[in-house]
Write a protein of this length. Structure first.
Length: 82
């Protein structure tokens, strides 16, 4: 019995073969994303950490937000900047 499963992206959406192969998930990519996540968690892991970082380095924080916020901390960052 042959079962054909759809191709899914990292968020669970069905994608075509082109989208699936355009950005393959590599070990290096995962490590890089995890490293960025750890840095973000250190910067904004608590309300106090967020306040200290946003007061000391507002321009750097603005730049980092524009570069992209990891999914795991995005909700916290949105609430903090709103």
């Amino acid at each position: 019995r042959l079962v054909v499963a759809p191709l899914l992206d990292r968020y669970g959406f069905i994608v075509g073969i082109k989208e699936f192969t355009d950005r393959p998930v590599t070990r290096k990519l995962v490590r890089s994303e995890n490293e960025e996540l750890r840095k973000w968690q250190k910067r904004v892991g608590t309300v106090g950490a967020w306040k200290r970082y946003s007061e000391r380095k507002p321009e750097k924080l603005r730049q980092r937000i524009r570069e992209g916020v990891p999914d795991a901390v995005r909700g916290f960052v949105w609430k903090a900047i709103a």
